[in-house]
Design a protein around this ligand. Structure first.
Ligand code: NQM
Length: 353
């Protein structure tokens, strides 16, 4: 019987992840990925023999290590573990799990708390940028208790503020990798954009939808899914992402007029299943598309005057703060999330236990 591998099970925003320290995992990537698949219970849609939750939002891993660059405090590598396939992907980051990284880095002793609120500079190894998180640390300990609320998570918790810079072209060659605000793919007007996450933005009405359909209804529409996948494969190549058939990017986002007082309504496929909310970086990319006059999003958006973009999604709204320079260029984004330590202990590799 092995002693297991130290692991924190954390909620970050509207997602959950197993958080490891790199030093506790195999160095060799193939061995590491094989271990993570076994621990999470993949491949199996229910992940019944592992700790994964059987959905894309609950089958995530964060690996933390000491900062590898002087302008950061901690390195964060995000891995998406597919539930039903033996695939571990580092092809995207995750802004929701990013919210759990600061607390986890303090909990595991990688960094120390400093004052009531600890600023943590997080090097996001998937895309190379450094994010700034503000973690509540009264009396030198991470506090998860507070009055902050985010849609998609019941109750209230301590806020984790996220500030993001230099997101444009995080995985593609530029903010607009094709150089256009709009491209036609299969007769559908698409904005191919990457402001932290590669996203294809399209009007829901172009598919005969209102954009208010439930994720369940959209997921149960095989013709829609086939159509979105055909567009996605073409968009992936156009965005310089290559063959995306086995990748979780780009995300496919249907936009429509806001109906709940927000700036735009969304249904975001990540990339095959419709998200119950919307990812952090996906929301930033969609808000950015709304500012582009030729994008199908801009005709539908209600533009806020204070830079606070409320992105409507199936379970509520996500607020994105777009930061602009004197010329109106978007130079950064901010978002408030919450996080929670759910479990600290050891996970066991079935090959060793
Ligand atoms: O876009 C889902 C999530 C995400 C990623 C996904 C995310 C982001 O909601 O930054 O947060 O797009 O696969 O956790």
């Amino acid at each position: 019987m092995s002693d297991g591998i130290p692991c924190l099970w954390m909620r970050g925003g509207t997602s959950k992840a197993a958080v490891f320290l790199a030093r506790d995992l195999p160095v060799e990537r193939k061995a590491r990925d094989a271990l993570l698949l076994r621990v999470m219970g993949s491949p199996d849609a229910r992940q019944i023999d592992g700790i994964g939750g059987g959905t894309p939002l609950t089958s995530k891993v964060a690996i933390l290590s000491p900062a590898s660059r002087p302008d950061a405090d901690v390195d964060y590598l995000f891995l998406q573990i597919l539930a039903d396939q033996a695939i571990v992907s580092d092809a995207q980051g995750c802004g929701n799990i990013l919210a759990a990284v600061g607390p986890a880095a303090i909990e595991t002793g990688l960094i120390s708390a400093s004052g009531e609120v600890t600023p943590v500079r997080i090097h996001m190894r998937n895309t190379g940028e450094v994010a700034l998180a503000h973690v509540q640390t009264p009396m030198g300990r991470v506090s998860y208790v507070g009055a902050a609320r985010i849609d998609g998570v019941p109750g209230s918790h301590a806020p984790v503020g996220l500030m993001l810079r230099n997101l444009a072209g995080s995985m593609c060659r530029a903010l607009l990798p094709t150089g256009h605000e709009v491209d036609q793919i299969g007769g559908i007007a698409c904005t191919l954009i990457d402001n932290g996450m590669p996203v294809v933005v399209m009007a829901a009405t172009a598919f005969g939808l209102t954009g208010q359909e439930s994720p369940e209804a959209l997921n149960a529409d095989p013709a829609l899914r086939a159509c979105l996948e055909a567009i996605r494969l073409q968009a992936g190549t156009m965005m310089g992402l290559g063959d995306v058939s086995a990748k979780s990017v780009p995300k496919m986002t249907l936009v429509s007029v806001p109906r709940a007082g927000g700036a735009i309504a969304t249904r975001c496929f990540i990339p095959h299943e419709c998200h119950s909310g919307i990812g952090v970086f996906a929301a930033i990319s969609v808000a950015t598309a709304c500012t582009m006059p030729e994008s199908p999003a801009s005709a539908l958006a209600r533009v806020p005057t204070d830079g606070r973009w409320w992105i409507e999604h199936p379970t509520g709204q996500t607020e994105v703060l777009l930061d602009t320079d004197a010329h109106g260029q978007i130079i950064g984004a901010g978002m408030m999330r919450t996080a929670r330590k759910l479990f600290a202990g050891h996970v066991f590799d079935p090959l060793l236990s």
